[in-house]
Every structure is written in C-alpha cells, then in structure tokens.
Design a protein around this ligand. Structure first.
Ligand code: BTX
Length: 322
C-alpha cells in the first residue's frame, strides 16, 4: 500500500495511454516488483488496470465506492480546498461539515458515499444512495458582506450546470434559485448555509447533491417522475472522479468570480441557462403563492414574476413547481 497513491497518480494522469512497469519504476525510483505488487493491490481493491505486453499498464476503471487515495489525488489538485473528509456513511455531509468547521480554519470538502439523513431545503429529505451520485459539502472560508451572499447561489449554479453539460453533453438548465434540471427533471440540488457575525459572513457551507449514475429505475416513488441522473438522461455513465475534479475547478473559479464580480456581470449567461422563461409556473415563498410567468432576474438576484392580472411579484428564493 506504500506506493499506491504515487502509482495511482501516474496511472490516473496518463490514463489515455499506457505506462510501462519500467517507466513507473524509474519515475518513482522503486523496483519493478514493487510496481507489480501495487498494481495487483489496485486490482484487488476494485480498480481496473489493463496490461498489454510491451506497452504496459492503463487505468480503465475505478472501484464502485469512493476510494480514499483517489480522493486525495483529486483534492491535491485543487488550488482552493485544502482538506477532505471522505466517509462511507454519514447522516448528512452538511452536519459533518458544521462540526469540522469549529476545528478547521481552511476551506475543505466533506463527501459521503451514502447519507442516511440527506437534507434539502426546508428540511425535505434528499435521496442519497451509494455509488450513484456525488453528495458533497464544500466549505468556503472568506469574509463576505452579508448583502453580497444573495448572488452566491447564482454563481454556483452556473458553475454546476456548466460542469454537467461538459461532462455529460446533456443540456443542463438552472432552475432558479438552486436546482439543476435536465429535460424538466431534477438532477442536482444544492443549498447554502452561512455562519459568521451579523453583517459579515465567514463560513459558506454549501451542500451539493448530484445524481450521476442512477438508472431511471433507481428512483423510487415520487422521485421516479421528477428526478433524473446524468446517466439516465444520456445513456452514458460518468466517471465520478473526473466529474468531481472538473466540478471543483468550476466551483473554485465561480467562487473567485463571485468575490470580485456582481451578478449583473454574469446575468446574460445565467439567463441563457435558465429553464423558467416563457412558462406559467407556480411560485411559493413562505405564505405567498403566485401563478405567473418569470419576466426577469434583477441585478441583485431577485426574480420578478408577472401574474395573470399583470401584477409584478418579487421573490428572493421561491420554490417553483415544474
Ligand atoms: P430541495 O428542498 O430543493 O429538494 C428536495 C426535494 O427534491 C425533495 O423533496 C424531493 O422531492 C426531491 N429529491 C430528493 N432527493 C432527490 C434526488 N436525489 N434527486 C432529485 N430530486 C430529489 C435541494 O433541496 C438541496 C439538496 C442538497 C443535497 C445535498 S447532498 C450533500 C449535502 N448534504 C445534505 O444533507 N444535503 C446536501
């Protein structure tokens, strides 16, 4: 196990080609026997390593469950998140993150294979089966004025939608303020919690759930008609590590943008990703229920909806039925 991380790193970054045992041994200054033994270990752990005589080894598959060393490798590449916590099962990564927050000053992520009490907004439950999706909480550390926080979800949703499009080819759309849909079915939801002093936020605790490799039949009961995954939508499985790698790059970039730009700077692009235009939908915020058509998102991120009588309603974060 001593060389597992190093060999995995070489194989992962060269996975479009083959690496000979000799090359690996030389690069890591270890014996070829050590290379061979480690490759055997990887196979035992569920990695698929294709070997071809005179060419060498190629990494072609990953264990069903998140692998700690692969995760280490992905996070090592992040320029923002410094630490990771990867579990087989927790109640909710959001709860774990809030505990860790007290002991750690750096930005970090928490990922779990399974969540036994995954939560959405308003304490609704979030279906978090093992090996199919990405259930993650990303904790950003930075002093941010409270009034700026409203645009955080808007920057973040664009980053997630872009990652989904790039990694699956599916036409992912944003359902304002914090879901991603494909073909009018939800494939991702996220929620942002904050802590800090009154007007100054210090911690942004962002929980993201993305359905990646579910079959349509994996969704039970009411979800069967309203949820989808990248695989269910396109027919193609997604490499969860590659997805995570790309997602982290995108959300780090979105966070940096969020710090220096205003929502109006990305408003046009955001608008193009949005799936609520030109549709009569039901908007609920608190006790307010409005049936109408979204007409615009204001520079501060609020949504303007026009009802049948022509009256305009402003929403901060309505629930929208699609
Ligand atoms: P939300 O309240 O907008 O969405 C929750 C609703 O979405 C549920 O009531 C249900 O109808 C539907 N739903 C539940 N599970 C799924 C699913 N897997 N796919 C599609 N639809 C579903 C959205 O809340 C925010 C969800 C955040 C989830 C992440 S996962 C990592 C982190 N930990 C945690 O406990 N929550 C976050």
């Amino acid at each position: 196990a001593k060389y597992k991380g190093d060999i995995l790193e070489l194989l992962y970054h060269n996975r479009s080609t083959y690496l000979s045992g000799q090359t690996i041994a030389e690069r890591l200054a270890i014996s070829r026997t050590a290379v061979w033994k480690t490759i055997e270990l990887l196979k035992q752990q569920g990695f698929r390593v294709h070997s071809v005589q005179n060419k060498g080894y190629q990494l072609t598959g990953f264990p069903e469950e998140w692998d700690q060393d692969m995760m280490a490798l992905i996070i090592k590449q992040s320029s923002y998140f410094k630490r990771r916590f990867v579990y087989k099962e927790v109640t909710s990564t959001q709860l774990v993150a809030k505990e860790k927050l007290l002991e750690i000053d750096e930005p970090f992520i928490v990922i779990s294979e399974v969540q036994t009490a995954g939560r959405g907004r308003f304490n609704r439950s979030w279906d978090s089966q093992g090996t199919k999706g990405l259930w993650m909480t990303a904790v950003f550390r930075r002093d941010v004025p409270l009034q700026k926080m409203m645009s955080f979800n808007l920057f973040l949703s664009l980053a997630i939608a872009k990652t989904i499009r790039r990694m699956s080819g599916a036409e992912a759309k944003i359902k304002w303020p914090n879901d991603i849909y494909i073909d009018d079915r939800k494939c991702c939801g996220f929620l942002t919690e904050i802590s800090g002093e009154a007007a100054l936020i210090q911690n942004i605790i962002c929980g993201i759930g993305i359905n990646l490799n579910h079959e349509a039949s994996d969704f039970q009961q009411d979800l069967a008609v309203k949820a989808t995954s990248l695989k269910a939508a396109t027919g193609h499985p997604v490499n969860r590590y590659q997805f995570l790698e790309e997602l982290l790059i995108e959300i780090e970039a979105a966070f940096r943008q969020f710090l220096v730009l205003d929502f109006k700077d990305i408003k046009d692009e955001y608008g193009q990703y949005s799936n609520i235009w030109q549709r009569k939908l039901r908007y609920t915020e608190g006790t307010t229920v409005v049936e109408g058509v979204a007409v615009e998102i204001l520079d501060d991120g609020r949504l303007v909806v026009q009802d049948e009588k022509g009256t305009l309603h402003h929403f901060m974060s309505a629930d929208i039925e699609i």
